[in-house]
Design a protein around this ligand. Structure first.
Ligand code: NAI
Ligand code: MG
Length: 482
């Protein structure tokens, strides 16, 4: 059992109230750590530190220096990769191989933004006046960042990298289920040269600790990844100060298989699309749309393969699927499994293994109607809903019949068909003959109720920048109006 503290103004500290909460290992259901239960008073202290750091120096730091700090942060993650991956797996449940990948991804993300820091440029604009007009980019100020539990360190990296590159200072709250990897990384913040107050990590519950970050008048921008339900709460609260908001909120992404796709690759892609990270993925291909002529064979092949997936403690290297992050999430997925049994047919799984750990079986429902609850609501677990379709138009109609629009994938050997379908899909990320590869250089975000704003690439840094127009008059004579 470890006792963790928050990181505020360059120091590790407890909550003002002295309250703590427990952090669990999802594979054993045991408490592995406690963290401070931060509330409004702690958030106020963190925001004050971030504000001092912003006006006291960080916004004036050269882009080169900010970039170098981000590169050093990446180096630390690479040096501590195995240790951080182990913490990530113990805390989130995910397979160790996936945690190692996430650590590499987090390091690469900081490297990307370390390099990008020196490429944030403005523009000089042609105008019909004797003047030089420029548009320059400036950091927004203090950014509030609220992180989910499915990719704890990677989601923190996706948000910290662009904010720091832009010149913002940050108050960041990891999810209460998975605060450990970020708090562990914070031990290196001083050594890499991050001045006190530039990054403050506060821990606590959503409404009690996340709420005050969103409501604080000195926080200029909120970046959130999580449920649509909380996204709406955040947007309402931010509206009071017309605060900038970017939201990345899950989905019900279609993974579309035409009968001319490579069959083996398609089956593999359907499973990977929804079972990776136990299905706790915002872009999970949870609706698998299969063309009628391969439908039955496809369902059988997926089911046969799903039954061989090795479910177990994430820390064991052979594990392909770990436990879900929390008892709450396990119960949620179990409820959907029961709903699914009433709405459709079961091809694989449908239950949970006996014994300790918040596990559920990789589950495949087929003959699912797109209007069914399991086809419309985000489950966020290893549950696939297979839906048959007739032709291209039918596939598109089903694919877009969802309030969400985060991601989609289409599998076919016909390049013309692929592009027609890509054009018709209402989704922020579309893959062809793959599902889930995430390129840090490319924009990530949703259409419709999957949120707005884009993370990653140069789009990510724009979310932390204001644009200032500067007009410099070159006419020395008076204006001559009066
Ligand atoms: P959540 O949306 O409640 O939690 C995500 C983050 O928001 C956490 O850091 C939490 O502390 C914070 N939060 C919660 N309420 C808040 C509030 N009122 N003000 C400010 N911050 C708040 O997600 P939860 O309850 O853990 O999971 C429920 C469902 O949300 C999942 O089953 C899944 O469908 C979806 N989800 C989607 C994610 C994504 O990647 N898009 C990530 C996590 C959850
Ligand atoms: Mg919640």
């Amino acid at each position: 059992m470890k006792t963790y503290q928050m990181y505020v103004d360059g120091k590790f500290c407890d909550a003002a109230s002295g309250k703590t909460f427990n952090v669990f290992d999802p594979a054993t259901e045991e408490v592995i750590a406690t963290c401070p239960a931060g509330e409004a008073a702690d958030v106020a202290r963190a925001v004050a530190a971030a504000k001092r750091a912003f006006y006291g120096g960080w916004r004036g730091t050269s882009a080169q220096e900010r970039g170098r700090i981000l590169l050093r942060l990446a180096e630390r993650i690479r040096a501590r990769r195995d240790e951080l991956a182990r913490i990530e797996t113990l805390n989130s449940g995910k397979p160790i191989v996936e945690s190692e990948y996430d650590m590499d991804d987090s390091a690469t993300c900081f490297e990307y933004y370390g390099g990008l820091a020196t490429k944030i440029n403005g523009e000089v604009i042609q105008v019909p006046a004797n003047a030089v007009v420029m548009a320059v980019k400036e950091p927004m100020g203090v950014a509030g960042q609220i992180i989910p539990w499915n990719y704890p360190l990677a989601m923190a990296a996706w948000k910290l990298g662009p904010a720091l590159a832009a010149g913002c200072t940050v108050v960041i709250k990891p999810a209460e289920q998975t605060p450990l990897s970020l708090l562990d990384l914070a031990r290196d913040f001083e050594a890499i040269g991050l001045p006190p107050g530039v990054v403050n990590v506060v821990t606590g519950m959503g409404p009690e600790c996340g709420g005050p970050i969103v409501a604080h008048p000195d926080v200029r921008k909120i970046a959130f990844t999580g449920s649509a339900e909380v996204g709406k709460i955040i947007m309402r609260s931010a509206a009071d100060q017309l605060k900038r908001v970017s939201l990345e909120l899950g989905g019900k992404s279609p993974n579309i298989f035409f009968s001319d796709a490579d069959f083996e690759a398609a089956v593999d892609g359907a499973l990977f699309g929804v079972f990776i990270n136990q299905g706790e993925v915002c872009s999970a291909g949870s609706r698998v749309l299969v063309q009628q002529d391969i439908y039955k064979r496809f369902v059988d092949a997926c089911a046969a393969k799903a039954k061989t997936i090795k479910v177990g403690p994430g820390i064991e290297r052979e594990t392909k699927m770990g436990p879900l992050v929390s008892a709450e999430q396990r119960d949620r997925v179990r409820r959907y499994q029961e709903i699914g049994k009433r709405e459709a047919k079961v091809a694989a799984g449908g239950g949970a293994p006996k014994g300790k750990g918040w596990y559920v079986e990789p589950t495949i429902f087929y003959d699912v109607d797109n209007s069914a609850t399991i086809a419309q609501e985000e489950i966020f677990g290893p549950v696939m809903s297979v839906i048959p379709f007739k032709d291209e138009a039918h596939a598109l109609e089903i694919a877009n019949a969802t309030p969400y629009g985060l991601a989609a994938a289409v599998w076919t050997r016909d390049i013309f068909k692929a592009f027609r379908v890509v054009k018709g899909l209402e989704a922020g990320i579309v893959w062809v003959n793959h599902m889930q590869p995430t390129m840090l250089e490319a924009p990530w975000g949703g259409y419709k109720m999957s949120g707005f704003g884009r993370e990653l690439g140069h789009w990510g840094v724009e979310e932390y920048l204001e644009t200032k127009q500067i007009y410099i008059n070159l006419d020395e004579a008076p204006i001559g109006w009066y």
